[in-house]
Design a protein around this ligand. Structure first.
Ligand SMILES: *Cc1c(COP(=O)(O)O)cnc(C)c1O
Length: 369
């Protein structure tokens, strides 16, 4: 039965909400009418019940283990997506600090985060890749800026343009804040180098509706008492992510994805190895196309998650998307703001899907070039 169902599933390159591991979907389906031993669905139980508290604890424990989150950090499960984090970060970390926030703009999401921070306080843009269409990263990240700095914000992977930091930029003792929405759980990171990491779940970690925040405990003290309750990290931390009814189903799904990463994949080192292998298949197809496919990102900052490129004309882009869809390769159209093609190859997109896409790219080029 499950074999038949998996056969009717297409290879899904959607940027988000994105593909989920088949095993996770099957388990959610099995549990949907009744969680084992509970007699009710996870959708139907109190968020304060022992059963849900165990689910929440399990999701957090697995994330901590996978990412080697050190003591002294709190993991929160919030709502409102990364867009709400664009506001919560400056509300909690910048408001009343008599300091500036610094933003590194490597793509559309960083730009949007920066716009929201400006509503809260003074912002320095320390680097902006707009002049070259956000196709690269800064060469050198040792900006000093002037005066007191509340934090420096980066976007580890710019989902729309397809540029990704290979490692954490050097920030000395500044508080580094990272929007990791689209490469969360895709590779090991050194959590200690960050003051705060946030990621909406719907790219790599689960369904839309839950957003994960990992925050250094000391920073919780910055949340002003005057903040509305929901908008205060300190409030959420004190309540153990149960300040209000959280996205219970989303948290359950994040737990299943983390379980899949631990038990089936074998951890983030192995996940990263697979992601590198997948991405290099597609970039090889670009690089061996004799210019038919033009990659957007400069080679040294190409994203392992979102592979962005163009064909010689927008008519060919359209034809590419249409023919690919007919071959069961879906959601390849680039973001509406930039056009072209975007293949999002997050953790749950299998190697076989990437190989099929690389083959399709070669065939399409041979017919059209
Ligand atoms: C998807 C995405 C967002 C927006 O997330 P929402 O959950 O829609 O608010 C922000 N930043 C990055 C890097 C993203 O990929």
């Amino acid at each position: 039965m499950s074999q038949d169902k998996s056969l009717s599933r297409q290879f899904n390159f959607c940027a988000g909400p994105a593909a989920l591991p088949l095993r996770v979907l099957e388990q959610a389906q099995r549990d949907l009418l009744s969680l084992p031993g509970t007699g009710a669905s996870v959708l139907e139980i109190s968020h304060r019940s022992p059963v849900f508290k165990a689910i929440l604890h399990d999701a957090e424990t697995r994330l901590r283990r996978l990412m080697a989150v050190p003591d002294g950090y709190t993991v929160l499960f919030l709502q409102g997506g990364s867009r709400l984090q664009f506001s919560m970060v400056p509300m909690n970390l910048l408001r009343d600090q008599a300091a500036d926030a610094q933003y590194v703009l490597t793509g559309s999401w960083g730009l949007k985060a920066c716009e929201q921070a400006r509503l809260e306080g003074p912002v320095q843009v320390v680097w902006d890749g707009a002049a070259t269409g956000y196709d690269r990263l800064p060469d050198d990240s040792s900006w000093d800026g002037s005066g007191r700095i509340a934090y420096r914000h980066i976007t580890s992977n710019e989902t729309i343009q397809g540029v990704q930091f290979r490692s954490e930029p050097e920030v000395k003792d500044l508080v580094l804040v990272c929007d990791a929405s689209s490469d969360f759980l895709s590779r090991p990171i050194d959590v200690q180098r960050y003051g705060l990491i946030y990621a909406c779940a719907q790219k790599n970690a689960g369904p839309a509706g839950v957003t994960i925040v990992i925050i250094r405990d000391q920073l919780l003290e910055r949340s002003a008492d005057s903040l509305p309750g929901y908008l205060s990290y300190r409030e959420h931390a004190q309540e153990g992510s149960l300040y209000n009814t959280p996205c219970t189903f989303g948290i359950y799904m994040v737990g299943l994805v983390a379980q899949w990463l631990e038990e089936e994949v074998g951890g983030l080192v192995e996940m990263n190895r697979r992601n590198q292998a997948k991405a290099s298949e597609l970039y090889d197809a670009l690089d061996s196309s004799e210019g038919f496919y033009q990659g957007h990102a400069q080679p040294d900052c190409r994203s392992l998650m979102n592979v962005t490129f163009r064909l010689p004309s927008s008519e060919l882009d359209d034809l590419f998307v249409e023919r690919a869809e007919a071959e069961g390769l879906c959601a390849l159209r680039g973001h509406r703001s930039v056009g072209g093609i975007r293949a999002s190859i997050y953790n749950a997109v299998p190697r076989a899907g990437v190989t099929a896409l690389a083959e399709f790219m070669r065939e399409f080029r041979d017919k059209k070039a």
